[in-house]
Design a protein around this ligand. Structure first.
Ligand code: ATP
Length: 292
């Protein structure tokens, strides 16, 4: 019998739904920001609201070792959220952009396969760009991407990362880096490129030389710490420039979350500002993205 219902063709729509569903892209969230801005924290906050797993996109944290210097998130701070690509690479060989694209693509696909949201978080914008805007745009054709950017006013961030270097030193950074010292001044490969490694070369060299006195050594230590601070601040500026480029020249739709006030306050007030200005709005953006 032929249907005379005015919306007969619409009523047949469910027959086509499986193919429509196949056309819907899976979703991926990317958390960007300069070093020290709180990307890892935001990624964990986002994962608290939905089943999610985090894929690291910091090019030094992928290497095994130097956990203090590279500021890897400790197991106890991960809030039970699975993290991928942390400490997985040989520290003496280069983990390249294409290594990152291959490994992170597999991680993202496996997270999606488990019905969870992949959150790519880290400061290496060249890695993120290689993954998302690959030749042929394979990633974009498969996934819909929501970019979040945790921003902190530079002078405030510079103060924070300088204090963070002092905390790293107090946590045993110098001993950690000393284990990597081998008398070889080649700092061009693997984890030896991390800020906080080449900067200590002259200091460790002086430890191995009998001629240097304690006073000289103390000075060398102080200047290694200062160099580490300066280079971390420079890194933050370079990372910020790259985010501006991706947003303004590449045309990425990046949602900016201003965390400055959270960094200007202490204790409970800082946590409240973070929740109000970063975690809350970030979570709302992701919720809308997932429902769209
Ligand atoms: P570039 O093309 O300059 O390498 P990028 O976007 O690929 O930039 P960044 O994350 O900006 O990567 O890292 C640039 C450099 O900063 C690294 O090669 C390394 O020397 C240093 N660096 C980055 N992350 C860390 C870290 N977690 N710990 C120590 N040093 C780091």
């Amino acid at each position: 019998m032929i249907s005379t219902h005015p919306h007969a063709s619409l009523l047949q729509l469910p027959i086509h739904l499986p193919s429509l569903r196949r056309l819907r892209k899976d979703k991926v969230v990317v958390v960007m920001g300069a070093t020290g801005t709180g990307k890892s924290r935001l990624a964990i906050d986002l994962a608290a609201h939905r089943p999610a797993e985090i894929v690291n996109s910091d090019k030094m944290q992928v290497y095994e070792g130097l956990d203090i210097v590279t500021n890897k998130i400790a197991d106890e701070d991960r809030g039970g959220v699975p993290h991928h690509l942390i400490g997985i690479a040989d520290p003496d060989a280069d983990f390249t952009s294409s290594d990152f694209v291959g490994t992170s693509s597999l991680a993202v696909a496996s997270i999606v396969g488990r019905g969870r949201l992949p959150i790519v978080a880290g400061g290496s914008n060249s890695f993120i760009e290689a993954l998302v805007d690959d030749r042929g745009y394979e990633f974009r054709s498969r996934y819909e991407v929501c970019f979040l950017w945790v921003d902190v006013a530079m002078p405030v961030l510079h103060r924070f990362v300088s204090c963070r270097v002092d905390r790293m030193v107090a946590a045993g950074m110098v001993d950690e880096v000393r284990k990597k010292y081998n008398g070889n001044s080649d700092y061009s490969r693997g984890i030896r490129r991390a800020i906080g490694v080449p900067e200590f070369d002259a200091f460790f060299r002086s430890e191995h030389s009998c001629s240097d006195d304690g006073k000289t050594r103390a000075k060398l230590l102080e200047s290694a710490i200062n160099e580490t601070k300066i280079n971390t601040c420079k890194l933050a500026c370079q990372q910020l420039k790259k985010i501006h480029r991706l947003r303004n020249i590449n045309g990425w739709e990046i949602h900016r979350l201003d965390a400055t006030k959270a960094f200007q306050r202490n204790g409970l007030e800082a946590n409240e500002a973070w929740a109000e200005l970063v975690a809350g709005p970030g979570s709302a953006i992701v919720a809308e993205f997932i429902d769209s």
